[in-house]
Write a protein that binds this ligand. Structure first.
Ligand code: 13P
Length: 252
């Protein structure tokens, strides 16, 4: 049985006071449930104060990226062990916004994943197709290429306690969500692909859905057998909405 994971990706939003008050609001809005892990991923510069605000709450701390090398001459990058030092437990990698706006490719994302795992962080590897790819019937080919581009290098044993997030690019920030059937079909495809690496690995790896997940669509999405949680952007910036999605996961 996989423990659900409800993760908030705060992206590049808010000043420090906004981040700490959101963290406090999340802590008070969430009713902890043993069957659901809760995670928030603030911008790097807010990790320490948000970590302080989350102390002893059970809400975990995550980051939105990490460097592809352990240390040294990489101006502007943040090393995975710097994150671990701040009690960060998860790191989002390969988000479509980074693939699109910063030209991150699978090779680079695989190196970032390796560094995350080496520092004891759990990577959340994002995959997802554009609308053009979906319309061209290329969804599975794109997802397979993104998964194999990283797992082909790390292997199941190198992706220790990692998580996959399926985020169709056309559903991110658009208010347009994948239908439950579309989401379940891709999640099942991903789990099958993971099984080609290792059957146990496929069974235990959590696959999150991301893309305009809101309180009103979360129940149906989270009820799908291969949807093990959510990676939530916009709705994670409102503590009540995030808590409502968490409550949906607790019921699902
Ligand atoms: P939205 O929930 O705002 O669509 O963002 C999803 C996302 O990109 C999470 O990583």
């Amino acid at each position: 049985m996989r423990t659900a994971l409800i993760a908030g990706n705060w992206k590049m939003n808010g000043l420090q006071a906004d981040a700490t008050s959101l963290a406090r609001a999340v802590v008070s809005a969430i009713e902890p449930q043993p069957s659901v892990e809760v995670l928030v991923c603030p911008p790097f510069v807010h990790l320490a104060p948000v970590g302080e605000a989350l102390k002893d709450s059970g809400v975990r701390l995550g980051a939105q990226n990490c460097a592809d090398v352990p240390q040294g001459a990489r101006t502007g990058e943040i090393a995975a062990d710097m994150l671990a030092d701040l009690q960060v437990q998860y790191v989002i990698l390969g988000h479509s916004e980074r693939r699109e706006f910063y030209a991150e490719d699978n090779r680079l994302i695989a190196s970032r994943c390796e560094q995350a795992v080496a520092a004891g962080l759990r990577p959340i590897l994002c995959v997802g197709e554009t609308l053009e790819a979906r319309d061209a019937g290329q969804t599975e080919a794109v997802i397979a290429e993104q998964l194999d581009g990283v797992l082909g290098i790390l292997g199941a044993e190198g992706f220790v306690d990692g998580v996959i997030a399926y985020e169709p690019v056309w559903a991110i920030g658009t208010g347009r969500t994948a239908t439950t059937e579309q989401a379940q079909a891709v999640h099942a495809f991903i789990r099958n692909r993971l099984a080609a690496y290792d059957a146990d690995f496929a069974e235990r790896t959590r696959i999150l859905y991301g893309g305009s997940m809101k309180p009103d669509n979360a129940v149906a999405l989270l009820a799908q057998p291969d949807v093990d949680g959510g990676l939530i952007g916009g709705a994670s910036l409102k503590a009540e909405d995030f808590a409502a999605i968490h409550a949906a996961a607790a019921r699902g």
